[in-house]
Design a protein around this ligand. Structure first.
Ligand code: GLC
Length: 565
């Protein structure tokens, strides 16, 4: 394999034993473990696969990896349905493999963030099984949110709430004596019962889990659905319509409650038991002005900012988002985060290439996917051109950048997955409306040949299209203009150039062109329109260090970014 560079043995912990601020400007690479690299050939990516790719990660130049859930799971939601928070899915590996992964990453100077899923367990978790075996009102049921149903015989759900994945948010159980029984709340799939965070045992158990992984050497946690844990459900439940109309100001019964931060203050005490303190980043889809609460130093410390991910490739939107979020981060003392792609959304190369007429559908990408693929409505080349420009823009910003596996190859969303091979519950629970998130979770192409393009020795668990060959690591490695080499060079320069946590906008005189400079003179210029831009007009002295399209005679072509110094 062309990725077999030797791991250099400098790295953690000798070089940076306890830099408590390592995360503030980090480039973090998200691994979706079942689709990254499959060492044992069973079609599912695994920890040994990740270990074998550490040289690749090191060459890429990232500071940390975040690994999506690897816990035992029936995969009702891609692993976000956790059976046991302190073990590894046997298809993915063992705890011994995990220890070796930590060691190998640290030896390569790469930190490790694991995903923690506290809003819900899976329905196969021992607690939920115990709740099913135990009577109404028991301590075992109190770890979840059980209610009696309405109607004469309790046959109606306690409320008309709709789950995020579609369908009702309550499911009915069968009582131990075989009679139809109580209902439990699940904000996501029925296989993901919501925990009751008023229950002390639930809180204690998560503190134990945080220590379990921290003791094994993980550097931090990505906190799934961080805004969902605290709930305050009245006896008389609101209707869904009433719930939707309530203000999201910290007093909402189910989302983004102020008292969720009491939980994170306890977590912070655990993080601070370690040197350097363990870090955390909240996945909290909240109003932006509430984000600093999650990012506070007394709480999780950092929160995802999804604003760029939700924006169009548009100069004024990008500028406003950047200024707003840099100011916002100051209010919590944290650093901001930038995300363009992750395992839940249509890849950014594809989003920027959709040519649908309905802007709402274009954003979600759903229409393109339902319509059956690239030929119809995707400007694949244009999408990738804009994605490369957006990525260089992102990587020049102060704050940490979260990258998603495969974006460094310029991968597009995969539309052509047959229905009978789809896995995502959002597809099954919304027939005809959503194709779900499998299209960004297709296993990575490592080589131009082989049964799964080098992902493993056999077929991959989600089918890879033929065009993956052109985006394989092996193909891109030798092409100086490839997206892979662009990311590598960008990350290498970024590590050298990052300084301070601020930027200054430069006036470009063109509403489609943004330019900003960092305190050390590192300047980033992006043309969002198709028109080119003469860099000389900026008066920015220096030479072009890197650009997403070739710059000739100081002219930056349309839809591209250049770094100058
Ligand atoms: C988060 C995850 C998503 C998952 C959901 C439920 O949003 O990113 O993948 O389906 O939580 O756990």
């Amino acid at each position: 394999m062309s990725t077999s560079t030797t791991v250099e043995t400098q790295g953690l912990p000798d070089t940076q034993p306890s830099d408590p601020n390592w995360w503030r400007q980090a480039a973090v690479y998200q691994i979706y473990p079942r689709s990254f690299s499959d060492a044992d050939g069973n079609g599912v990516g695994d920890l040994r696969g990740i270990i074998s790719r550490v040289p690749y990660l090191q060459d890429l130049g990232i500071d940390a990896v975040w690994i999506s859930p690897f816990y035992p799971s029936a995969l009702a939601d891609g692993g976000y349905d956790v059976d046991d928070y302190r073990d590894i899915d046997p298809r993915i590996g063992t705890l011994a493999d995990f220890d070796q992964l930590v060691e190998t990453l640290h030896a390569a100077g790469i930190r490790l963030i694991v995903d923690i899923v506290p809003n819900h367990t899976s329905d196969r978790h021992e607690w939920f099984r115990e709740a099913l075996r135990s009577p109404r009102g028991s301590a075992a049921r109190d770890r979840y949110i059980f209610r009696d149903g309405g109607g004469e015989n309790g046959e109606q759900p306690p409320s008309d709430w709709v789950s995020i994945f579609g369908g009702g948010a309550w499911s009915r159980i069968t009582e131990p004596d075989g009679s139809p029984g109580q209902w439990y709340l699940h904000h996501f799939a029925p296989e993901q019962p919501d925990l009751n965070w008023d229950n002390r045992e639930v809180r204690e158990d998560f503190l134990y889990t945080l220590r379990f992984w921290s003791d094994r050497g993980v550097d931090g946690f990505r906190v799934d659905v961080a805004h969902g844990l605290a709930k305050d459900l009245p006896e008389d439940l609101h209707s869904q319509a009433e719930l939707d109309a309530l203000p999201k100001d910290g007093s909402h019964p189910t989302w983004d409650r102020d008292d969720v931060h009491e939980i994170y203050r306890e977590w912070r005490q655990v993080f601070d038991e370690y040197d350097p303190p363990r870090i955390a980043v909240a996945e909290a889809w909240v109003e932006s002005d509430r984000r600093p609460l999650y990012a506070s130093a007394e709480g999780l410390g950092q929160a995802f900012n999804f604003d760029l991910l939700e924006a169009d490739f548009d100069a004024s939107q990008f500028r406003e988002i950047v200024s707003f979020n840099l100011d916002l981060a100051k209010t919590s003392g944290s650093s901001t985060t930038w995300v363009l792609s992750n395992h839940d959304v249509v890849r950014h190369a594809t989003r920027y290439g959709l040519t649908e007429s309905d802007p709402e559908e274009e954003k979600a990408g759903t229409n393109w996917l339902l319509a059956g693929g690239p030929q119809a409505q995707l400007d694949a080349e244009g999408g990738l051109r804009r994605a490369r420009a957006a990525t260089l823009f992102e990587l020049a910003l102060p704050g940490s950048a979260y990258l998603y596996q495969g974006e460094e190859l310029g991968l597009h969303e995969v539309a052509e997955i047959p229905e009978d091979q789809r896995q995502d519950p959002t597809f099954f629970r919304n027939p005809g409306v959503s194709v779900g998130r499998d299209g960004c979770r297709v296993p990575l192409p490592w080589s131009a040949q082989g049964p799964s393009f080098g992902f493993g020795d056999g077929a991959a668990h989600l089918p890879q299209p033929e065009w993956f060959r052109d985006f394989s690591v092996e193909t891109e490695q030798t092409d100086p203009e490839s997206t892979l080499n662009l990311y590598r060079e960008a990350l290498r320069l970024r590590a050298q150039l990052h300084s301070g946590e601020s930027l200054t906008w430069l006036e470009t005189g063109d509403p489609d062109v943004l330019a900003f400079t960092r305190p050390n003179g590192w300047t980033c210029v992006t043309t969002f329109g198709t028109g080119s831009f003469d860099l000389a007009t900026l008066g920015a002295a220096g030479s072009v260090l890197l650009s997403s399209r070739p710059v000739e005679q100081n002219v930056l072509p349309g839809e591209s970014t250049a770094w100058i110094r």
